[in-house]
Design a protein around this ligand. Structure first.
Ligand code: ADP
Length: 297
């Protein structure tokens, strides 16, 4: 074995799946998350390009990290929906675990948000519809995502929303089950997770409410300069909606950011809300909206 291959921190230029002999050429570097490095991987022979999430086994030494990754793979591989990042396959070699996913070339809604801040209401409707349809599918399968945030909403070349990162996802095993803990810190965290009261599907509705607010207003609802203060505001549900936001949009945000989880609407009810059903919803959006506000006329 060469010195380079022996170094656990390096990733080979040609990656081989020993289960079936398929090999992949490592192309462009995409980004780095908490655990994974993401590259474009080109399958030799077919030329098909995947997003390869590569996790070094040195990061999976602790039993609970290994378990988390196994859970992520177990949940994600069973999913098939046009608004969920498609999971193709996974395998490992001596040094790394490789997860091959649908490539989302237009990055995530995080980058869109940083560039554009507040979006127009037709755009918000367009993105929300796809997010709600993806989450409706998950909830039908009794899966809670638990970390819905702009950075986990990926965009393909056609600016279709693809929900990704199932690292904190969980399955509700029996009707009425309340989960007690999350192993990790969700971004748009619901008050019932902070107060450890037991949580379920409603935490996704809370997070989508925070996403909706952020897309409409241009900044998150509970943002302060300290995490402690932000958590206090979340527990008190202290937020305000600027007066230029339409009545139907504001009503939808209010319904989702209810302190009592049982008062929040289901994802299916949200798809039938006034904001979602009254007003223009584009069937598709051009890539120019990534940098410039569109004009709908
Ligand atoms: P982690 O689970 O370690 O936090 P992430 O899911 O955040 O890893 O992914 C790390 C990086 O890879 C991010 O910067 C993200 O932009 C990129 N990425 C993840 N999945 C895809 C995908 N399907 N298509 C394109 N880029 C992706």
């Amino acid at each position: 074995m060469s010195k380079r291959e022996d170094d656990a921190s390096t990733i080979p230029e040609t990656i081989v799946d020993r289960n079936n002999g398929f090999s992949y050429i490592r192309r462009r570097f995409f980004g780095k998350g908490g655990f994974a490095k993401c590259y474009e991987l080109e399958k030799v022979g077919s030329g098909v390009i995947y997003a390869g999430k590569i996790v070094s086994k040195t990061l999976l030494m602790k039993e609970n990290q290994k378990e988390k990754m196994a859970q992520e793979i177990h949940i994600h591989r069973s999913l098939e929906h046009r608004n969920i990042v498609k999971f193709y396959t996974y395998f490992e070699d001596t040094h790394n675990v490789y997860v091959l996913l649908e490539l989302c070339r237009r990055r995530s809604m995080m980058e869109l948000h940083k560039r554009r801040k507040a979006l127009t209401e037709p755009e918000v409707r367009y993105f929300m519809k796809q997010l709600l349809e993806g989450v409706s599918y998950l909830h039908d399968l009794k899966i809670i995502h638990r970390d819905l945030k702009l950075g986990n909403l990926f965009l393909n070349d056609h600016l279709e929303v693809k929900i990704g990162d199932f690292g904190l996802a969980a399955k509700i095993e029996y009707s009425g089950q309340r989960k007690k803990t999350v192993c990790g810190t969700p971004n748009y965290i619901a008050p019932e997770i902070l107060t450890k009261k037991g949580h379920s599907f409603e935490v996704d509705v809370w997070s989508i409410g925070c996403i909706l607010y952020t897309l409409l207003v241009g900044r998150p609802p509970f943002e302060t300069s300290s995490l402690r203060e932000t958590y206090n505001r979340i527990k008190k549900c202290e937020f305000s909606i600027p007066s230029h936001i339409s009545e139907n949009a504001a009503a939808m945000v209010h319904s989702m950011l209810m302190p009592d989880p049982l008062q929040r609407p289901s994802v299916k009810q949200l798809l039938r809300s006034d904001f979602m059903t009254i007003g223009y919803c584009p069937r598709d959006l051009p890539p120019s909206i990534l940098t410039t506000a569109p004009r709908f006329d």
